[in-house]
Ligand binder design. Structure first.
Ligand code: ZN
Ligand code: ZN
Length: 105
């Protein structure tokens, strides 16, 4: 902790319970502990793919980057604020592949 100086130029010393007292003039004050500013951890975008029913999704002509299948299911997810464009997701129609990827508009 940084050494705190009193208005009189004396050094504050801790006297317990978060209080400090000036060695020179005896002035007491409450020591403010350095508050930790906790920046909220950016939440990871949770993409629940397993719950998405593929048979309800529309398909489009899209080449799967993994297996080369030419048809993929697609859907849009609004990830952040509504003034940002939604992210387009694709999932390979090939049941053996089911590769899922995203595309930013
Ligand atoms: Zn003082
Ligand atoms: Zn595929």
């Amino acid at each position: 902790m940084d050494v705190q100086f009193c208005e009189c130029g004396g050094i504050f010393e801790p006297i317990g319970k978060g209080r400090v007292r000036c060695r020179s003039c005896g002035k007491e004050m409450i020591m403010h502990m350095g508050e930790k500013i906790t920046t909220q951890a950016k939440k990871e975008e949770v993409i629940v793919i397993e719950d998405t029913k593929p048979d309800r999704l529309p398909t489009t002509m899209k080449v799967c980057p993994k297996c080369g299948h030419k048809v993929a299911y697609w859907w849009l997810i609004q990830t952040r604020s509504s003034d940002e464009p939604p992210t387009q997701f694709f999932r390979c129609e090939n049941e053996k592949c089911k590769h899922t990827w995203r595309e930013y508009k």
